[in-house]
Design a protein around this ligand. Structure first.
Ligand SMILES: *Cc1c(COP(=O)(O)O)cnc(C)c1O
Length: 375
């Protein structure tokens, strides 16, 4: 079974009809949502071959989101990682931080809003943690004239007050969730409760490649533009493919968006980097793939699958390492974005083409960084 699924030719058929990637994923929801998920899957399937829909989406991605995003040769960063013999990898940055609202999230939000409109849904709900997905969703709702309710943990609202203000400015209602730990997990539960109640009028814009089928597949497809552009840009810039792709993994959407196009290219290494927080043994980390158990769905099922069959590699870095990387990228690469990792970089063969996905601007993390970086 595993051998068969590892067959690259099967990659594009994933997930199966139950939404399962190998032994991961599926559809475990209250009965009332089954119809909505089936309807969503059917709409997604028919719109992916609908020329008008694709044209409209491409136009908005170009003129509103600002695609395509550049593939930038980070000359000074490349210089920085050169070994004493002058050899080392060539580092390129895929600049998703330059998208409207400052991160990759809007690729998915804009496509789902357009899909919701086609389904005749006039009300949108979403969950948000740090507020980036909430801002992207509120933005596209303002663009398409859709009613917007964002669920956010009360704790997170306090930490990310600027994003709360941005959402409200965009006309969204931000509902504080006080239950549980008052963070993302609880906001997600509240959003699902709302969806169960208002499923007729409401579309749930889920923010990552997680949740029940068809979301992991659909969100992956809406971000796949990142990898498609990267292939084309690599061909233009050096006449070949990237050798190594590196992306940070929270829920896994920016990484899947970059990886998907190259899953069948076995000569391209796929590397996901998770947050190890205070360290893998501290109990305070988010390194699901490095340290978690197979039953805890904090990361998209396709990543679990890619790890399981050995197609992608996953590492983790601590907060301190992430801050170091951020600082290096800011002062050497002259770009401030999150998600940098130095994993594997120093030992790579000469002129290895490394593409690092710059998933977003680091604005939301600046307040936190101020406390820890002594400049
Ligand atoms: C939301 C976010 C992430 C994490 O989400 P993924 O689904 O793993 O991509 C990473 N970087 C930025 C800038 C984000 O806004």
């Amino acid at each position: 079974m595993v051998g068969k699924e590892a067959d690259p030719a099967a990659a594009l058929q994933r997930p199966d009809s139950f939404g399962r990637f190998g032994k991961f994923g599926g559809k475990y929801v209250p009965e009332t949502l089954m119809y909505a998920l089936t309807e969503l899957e059917a709409a997604f399937k028919s719109l992916s071959t609908d020329h008008e829909f694709q044209k409209e989406l491409d136009g908005i991605l170009r003129d509103y989101v600002g695609r395509e995003s550049p593939l930038y040769f980070a000359e000074r960063l490349t210089e920085h990682y050169k070994r004493p013999d002058g050899k080392g990898p060539h580092i390129y940055l895929k600049r998703e931080d330059l998208n409207h609202t400052g991160a990759h999230k809007i690729n998915n939000a804009v496509a789902q809003a357009l899909l919701a409109k086609r389904l005749g849904k006039k009300r949108i709900i979403a969950e948000t943690g740090a507020g980036q997905h909430g801002v992207a969703t509120a933005t596209v709702c303002a663009r398409f004239g859709l009613q917007c309710v964002i669920y956010m943990g009360a704790q997170d609202m306090e930490r990310q007050s600027l994003n709360v203000f941005r959402m409200r400015l965009l006309g969204a209602e931000v509902r504080a969730v006080h239950s549980g730990t008052a963070t993302l997990k609880d906001a997600t539960s509240e959003a699902i409760r709302d969806w169960v109640t208002n499923v007729e009028s409401t579309h749930y814009i889920l923010g990552s490649v997680a949740g029940p089928h068809p979301y992991p597949m659909m969100v992956r497809e809406f971000h796949a533009v990142i990898g498609k552009e990267t292939r084309k840009q690599a061909l233009e810039k050096w006449g070949g493919k990237p050798d190594v792709l590196v992306a940070c993994v929270g829920g896994g959407s920016n990484a899947m968006g970059l990886f998907h196009e190259f899953v069948d290219d076995k000569d391209v290494r796929l590397i996901g980097v998770e947050a190890a927080g205070f360290g893998l043994d501290s109990g305070k980390h988010a390194a699901t793939l490095t340290k978690g158990e197979a039953r805890l769905p904090w990361v998209g099922p396709e990543h679990s699958f890619l790890k399981d069959v050995g197609r992608a590699e996953y590492y983790s870095i601590t907060d301190e390492e992430a801050l170091d990387g951020w600082r290096a990228l800011s002062c050497i690469g002259d770009i401030s974005c999150t998600g940098l990792s130095r994993e594997a970089v120093p030992t790579l063969p000469d002129a290895t083409k490394v593409v690092l996905n710059c998933s977003g601007r680091g604005d939301k993390d600046v307040q936190t960084a101020i406390k820890h970086l002594k400049l």
